[in-house]
Design a protein around this ligand. Sequence first.
Ligand SMILES: *Cc1c(COP(=O)(O)O)cnc(C)c1O
Length: 355
Amino acid sequence: MKHNISIKRVEKSKVEDLDFNNIPLGTTFTDHMFVCDYENGQWNNPRVEPLHLIPTHPAAMALHYGQAIFEGMKATVDSEGTPMLFRPKKNAKRLNLSADRMGMPNFPEELFVEGLKQLVAVEQPWIPPQEGSALYLRPFMYADEPFIGMRAATSFKFIIIASPSGPFFTKRIKLYAETKYIRAAEGGTGEAKAAGNYAAAIRPTELAKAKGYDQVLWLDAIEHKYIQEVGTMNIFFKIDGKFVTPKRDGSILDGITRMSVIDLLKHKGFEVIERPISINEIQEASKNGTLEEAFGTGTAVGIAYIQEIGFGVETIHVSDESPVGLDVNDTLNGIKTGKIEDTFNWMVKIEKELV
Ligand SMILES: *Cc1c(COP(=O)(O)O)cnc(C)c1O
């Protein structure tokens, strides 16, 4: 099905004001946005239009009851300047899984991908060409119906905004294994990319930062023992030559970088096991010298190399180097910029006629 996406362009782009070698993180937005409105049981009027403020009724349900979900993905260019998306159908599917959990309408998956393509085509000059840089895309959906009372809303907005992002500084990070607060419990919303999950994580993250850590390492809700994930990243450990990563159990986010890294590691000849991993096992592996490296995986940062984990009064030393993590990061960036052959068929090119 082809959707009719209308396009209204700005008179003058702001892209000339952007210093591509010094992109401020998360505060620069492109000229346009993609918008679609849900009313009377259907999505209407998909459009690309100049980025603008949205009038919001003070009773808009998202503000009170938190029916709000989002996605995160990146557009890159190959050496010929052709813009590409990384596995966009996976994001379309995950958005609808989040929508299902939060009592929100599904967004048509083809329209999700077409909307992304059309927006990226219009914003092509904003895609930073350097390896490790990208145009970050933020699709999101929220309840904009003005209503006081607890029920599913009947009107929603789906929007995509775009923000150029430079290469991330590859500082080794320190995690704080959180034994008081939790992120997600079985039966909760942990597998949804729901705004409220992040609201609940902000305070514990600020406390961990005040102690000198970069991010929280979330443990399970019942025993505060089994490792879940980190901030907005999934986590991998290399122990005695093999990789382990927490098994999906409904409380961790099904990361698209996670699934891609599992494929890449296997392709590179490593064994990857998805299973419950206790913090004590990591502590033990660090002590007996079998913990070789660990890293977080997520769209925003790619691969984040882990130096150490604070656990109670102890510090679990992980490693000072992450050779496999670095190699996986290079491969991912190479595929995203067309320098490494995309044998997995992950990249979706944006057709010339859209640009
Ligand atoms: C988005 C996110 C991830 C990573 O998912 P990717 O698809 O790899 O970007 C991991 N954990 C949480 C909590 C997230 O929000």
